[in-house]
Design a protein around this ligand. Sequence first.
Ligand code: ZN
Length: 355
Amino acid sequence: MVPSSFGLKFSSGPLMKPELDERYSRQVLFAGIGAEGQRKLLQARVAIVGCGATGSALASLLARAGVGSLRIIDRDYVEPSNLQRQTLFDEADAAESLPKAIAACRKIAVFNSQIVAEPRVSDLRPENAEELLGGLQLILDGTDNFETRYLINDFAVKNSLPWIYAAAVGSYAITMNVLPGETACLSCIFPESPRGVVETCETSGILNSAVNFAASIAATEAIKLLTGARSKLRTTLLSCDLWTNERAEVSVEKPRIDCRTCGQREFLHLAGEGRPHITLCGRNSVQIHEHDRPVDLGMMSERLRPHGSVRYNDFVLKFWKEPFEMTLFPDGRAIVKGTTDTAVARSLYARYVGS
Ligand SMILES: [Zn+2]
């Protein structure tokens, strides 16, 4: 199992152990990082919120680069349709419906056992933001929705914590650094959520190379930040279409004075206003997240067995009741597939799990 404690301990001996020297030698040789930069990376504590395509690429790059503590937060489980672009997962993970955070940390432990990768199978919400994101140096965006990004932005601005926005859809990639107190925040640039007009992976599909492009830039910015190369940080919102070769940059060097979030310090998303059920990207599904009630998956499987097909492991329970498929997590959260109607999903949950 992956260790859940945080923080690597360094002795007062040589700067790095010999095996670390060898592992990171090519990166230490890079003048922008060097031995001192590598030491800072090994002591760094970073959260990746969402471990789908972008999150997978970010986690893989930063774990291999030797970021000492990675907390990987994801609410979802691995499915076959993820494998085209979510590079930390394999067919066995999808067959087991493993939670992505667990699968990601297991995979990281195989290629870098010297760092701490801590899985958190959880949906980032206003109530748990402090618990999931507190005490870290940097937050990376691997989410697929603006609601969670605004929540990250609120938390980061309130706590003067840097975060990096990154997203990809179709052949399009976009990224931006947010350094509270210095640069514009997400709300400075997008005062209202672009949801409704914005394309999703479900409507436009996605190229794995667009994901990796956004993640490569965001991971490089993360490394600059963590090694102290702040003068090298990007100061624009960069968007690129890898298919049409279009590219645009907007300066984010200065905050917008009348910004509600970083100017007036109104943290509406952190206060939990207007949080609807979330329809997940890339799937015909609804998440039920109002139940914060532990569920014994073994007992629940007995209860559900007369009503449909059930399968469960330590991490998830799957229940098939045509035309729906419900995935239930031990904290009571559920994802109902086969509908985008929140009322239908809610009634299914109430009928079979409890109201
Ligand atoms: Zn702002």
